[in-house]
Design a protein around this ligand. Structure first.
Ligand code: FMN
Length: 134
């Protein structure tokens, strides 16, 4: 403990919905027997090629879209320009934000995601500031 939990794998193509929603995510294909945190939304980091980026992370089956496959997806905050397919990535979990939900509409999901991203950004920034001060 005392260190965020890390999950690693290759970035694979998801349902390609994220880009349309405005939150493109890196779907990290973890190795079998990887300890994946409980379904939900988390604040943390996506690290690729030595660069760590603050991220809002989703673990679950994307119930909003009636998907059945459990995925670990990280949205690198404000980085809508990334093309990470095929690259090795690490996802670090800093804090649990909420459970996976099925909303009444996509708009409601997007509204909630905007709040998640804001909270994740603030929490990561606060954590990094604390670490720098130590
Ligand atoms: N999917 C849900 O079904 N319910 C949620 O509550 C939910 N919250 C999310 C919160 C964040 C911050 C992120 C990044 C994703 C969330 N998702 C949620 C997952 C999105 O549905 C998923 O990223 C999107 O469908 C794109 O999937 P794709 O990469 O397979 O195309």
């Amino acid at each position: 403990l005392g260190r965020p939990h890390r999950v690693e794998g290759v970035v694979v193509r998801g349902a390609q919905r994220g880009r349309e929603l405005g939150y493109p995510t890196a779907n990290v294909e973890t190795l079998p027997h990887t300890a994946i945190p409980a379904d939900g939304v988390y604040a943390g980091w996506l690290t690729v090629g030595g660069e760590s980026m603050p991220a809002a992370i989703s673990v679950g089956t994307n119930v909003q879209f009636d998907a059945t496959e459990r995925t670990v997806e990280a949205y690198a905050i404000d980085r809508t320009d990334l093309d990470l397919y095929g690259l090795h990535a690490a996802v670090d979990f800093l804090a649990y934000l909420r459970g996976m939900e099925k909303f009444e509409s996509i708009e409601a999901l997007l509204l909630c995601m905007a709040g998640d991203v804001k909270r994740a950004r603030d929490m990561v920034a606060a954590h990094e500031k604390e670490k720098d001060a130590a």
